[in-house]
Write a protein that binds this ligand. Structure first.
Ligand code: NCD
Length: 313
């Protein structure tokens, strides 16, 4: 029967790319994340008996630990590896076989991998839902949900904002997922990066059809008008050539001087880890929201786990 309402169904769904989600679905995830705030304090048994496997083929602090903490807060349990060298990967086991094994032990799998397409491939083989915890320089959808949640919480809305993405827009996967997601809203986007680290073409061509995008924006010139400054680390490990990295190393740094003309209500976000792109003197200003962003990563992942595992609609 036609009810007029669009059906949203998250149960059993893979979270591979942010492009698989509509604005309405993203808003629903953010609403559910908000309801998780009290549960992040008290805990819950919503996912009792459920097991999350975290298979992390690349280094991680926040993504893996926040997934595991989210699962524990909801009464579930975790298994997995963060050192593929100590798993059968070392013996030459391929990703498909690892997935076909782990699906027998877990109800849901969060995967981080250096290869683009790895989460999609895993989802094709897996009987249990796959959550992409970062694939190469491609995408990091759960970070984008966290970023949007933080923007909405701090600014009260997403629509109507001017957002600048600064840093490694080529190899940084968080900015790709975030740009796709922002393009679903009424956003004006400014991209600031060294020439060789410009936003990849496939992302640009998708988002430019939807929202106004200024490539190669001048940070000083746009500083007085932007609402959100999203800073990223240069992804040293993804450079094919060390001399190319040496050329851009330290190419930008946000410090109190850079922020002199910023709006008083501007917020600074960073997916972390930070190397030297935000001076520590910025941490104590009211603009710095990157550690709140870390907290938000827990409630967002609690929401995603409970939706995909069917504990909540
Ligand atoms: C990011 C990542 O792994 O892509 N970290 C994260 O998950 N918060 C950003 C980075 O490594 O620079």
């Amino acid at each position: 029967m036609f009810s007029g309402a669009i059906q949203m169904n998250f149960m059993g769904r893979d979270i591979v790319s942010i492009e698989d989600f509509s604005q309405q679905e993203i808003n629903h995830i953010l609403d559910i994340a908000k309801t998780m705030e009290p549960l992040a304090k008290t805990g819950s048994d919503m996912l009792k008996g459920k097991i999350l496997a975290t298979l992390f083929y690349e280094p991680s602090t926040r993504t893996r630990l926040s997934f595991e903490a989210a699962m524990l807060k909801l009464g579930g349990a975790n298994i997995g590896f963060a050192e593929p060298d100590f798993a059968s990967v070392r013996k030459g086991e391929n990703l498909a076989d690892t997935i076909r094994t782990v699906e027998n032990y877990a109800d849901i799998i969060a995967l981080r991998h250096s290869l683009e397409g790895a989460a999609k491939l895993a989802a094709e083989f897996s009987k249990v839902p796959i959550i992409n915890g970062g694939t190469g320089a491609e995408e990091h959808p759960t970070q984008a949900f966290t970023d949007l949640y933080t923007i909405r919480k701090e600014k009260g809305r997403i629509d109507g904002l001017k957002v600048a993405l600064i840093g490694d827009l080529r190899y940084g996967r968080t900015v790709h997922s975030l740009a796709y997601a922002l393009a679903l809203y009424d956003i004006e986007l400014f991209l600031v990066s060294p020439e060789t680290l410009r936003m990849r073409k496939d992302v640009i061509s998708t988002i430019k059809n939807k929202i106004p995008v200024t490539e190669d924006a001048n940070l000083e010139a746009i500083m007085p008008k932007i609402d959100v400054l999203y800073v990223t680390r240069i992804q040293k490990e993804r450079f094919p050539d060390a001399t190319e990295y040496a050329k851009v190393k330290g190419a930008y740094k946000i410090d109190l001087k850079t922020l002199k003309n910023a709006r008083k209500d501007m917020i600074i976000l960073h997916p972390l880890p930070r190397v030297d792109e935000i001076a520590s003197e910025v941490d104590n200003t009211p603009l710095a929201k990157y550690f709140q962003q870390v907290h938000n990563g827990i409630v967002v992942r609690m929401a995603l786990l409970s939706l995909v595992l069917g504990a909540i609609k």
